[in-house]
Design a protein around this ligand. Structure first.
Ligand code: SF4
Ligand code: SF4
Ligand code: FES
Length: 318
């Protein structure tokens, strides 16, 4: 394997040819913010929070996809980089509900002094995003910042879609498409600010091509896609991650050997994920592994009872 030498923030780095600038940064323990990047998906370069400055390059470059080249001189924390990342985070935070983004992203936003109100107070919610015509933009009223608000889509018993939390990172589209599931049940509809994730003709999930593998939920970084059980527990103010245990096990439905992570709260499975670093699944599952866990719980008449009611009852019994 040919090696490549470059300089990152004044540090000499030698990495294998073909790796990305993000990989090179990580090889010297320099983390960069990412939103649309995931090790198990092809880079789509849409969020631009990972940009770095490369000497001689007119524009900032996305570190998640730009391959290293010999002699590169890279800056990851210059004023230009910090300014660009801050504006990107501010545009997202002004229009999208980022309350459930992960802790590292929150820390990056704090480190850049991100001001979500920079473009004005949030505009009043509208519910017609799915009906908008491409290229027709509404008038800005009173200096308010338009948001991507729309009502939560609850159209099946397994998972919900809350696109007011969607940053359009494309991860769900990639996971549903040729990076994992090859089902192509969802894609980007609309253009510009009206772009949004949608099924074909905005049909409900059960009416569309979705096979309910939940791989889109597994990669969503903002909580826009969420287990219905988690959604209901959050609505009832009963979702408590610090009370949950996560147990790794093997799916019992077939011989493939997918690894599962069972998230258990109050002695009840509330969510199932799959480890990214497992060579069989790379974080992806099918509907049985992701959602077919009720049979391991003795439910009786509770099988049809909403999960928040079940947990309340379990607590009052203990
Ligand atoms: S559950 Fe699976 S098939 Fe359905 S939209 Fe998500 S990734 Fe696609
Ligand atoms: S729903 Fe989630 S994964 Fe899909 S584009 Fe929006 S934020 Fe990304
Ligand atoms: S993480 Fe690099 S462009 Fe999104």
């Amino acid at each position: 394997m040919t090696e490549v030498a470059l300089v990152i923030d004044g540090v000499d780095v030698v990495v294998n040819e073909g790796v990305t600038l993000l990989d090179a940064c990580r090889s010297i323990a320099k983390q960069q913010p990412t939103l649309c990047y995931l090790e198990t998906l092809a880079p789509v370069n849409v969020c631009r929070v990972c940009v770095v400055e490369v000497e001689g390059s007119r524009t900032l470059v996305p570190s998640c996809s730009r391959k290293v080249e010999g002699g590169m001189v890279v800056q990851t924390d210059s004023e230009r980089v910090r300014h660009s990342r801050r504006v990107v985070f501010e545009m997202l935070a002004s229009s999208v509900n980022l309350a459930l983004v992960d802790h590292p992203t929150r820390e990056w936003m704090e480190s850049y002094n991100v001001d979500p109100a920079r473009f004005g107070p949030p505009a009043a919610p509208t519910s017609d995003r799915d009906q908008r015509h491409a290229g027709h933009h509404g008038e800005v009223v009173g200096g308010a910042a338009e948001t991507v608000h729309q009502p939560i889509k609850v159209d099946n018993s397994l998972y919900v879609r809350d696109y007011s939390r969607c940053i359009l990172c494309y991860k769900c589209v990639e996971a549903c498409g040729d990076d994992a599931q090859n089902t192509f049940a969802i894609a980007v509809a609309g253009r510009g600010f009206d772009a949004r994730i949608s099924t074909e003709f905005d049909v409900t999930l059960p009416e569309g091509a979705c096979v309910f593998c939940g791989n889109c939920i597994g990669v969503c970084p903002t909580g826009a896609l969420m287990f219905r059980s988690e959604h209901e527990l959050r609505q009832a103010d009963l979702w408590e991650e610090d009370r949950q245990s996560v147990t790794r096990t093997v799916c019992s439905f077939c011989g493939v050997g997918c690894n599962l992570e069972l998230h258990v709260q109050d002695n009840r499975i509330v969510k199932v994920t799959s480890p990214q670093d497992h060579s069989v699944t790379e974080g992806h599952l099918c509907i049985k592994g992701r959602f077919g866990y009720e049979y391991v719980q003795e439910l009786g008449d509770l099988a049809s009872t909403p999960v928040d009611v079940v947990l309340r009852r379990a607590r009052s019994d203990s």
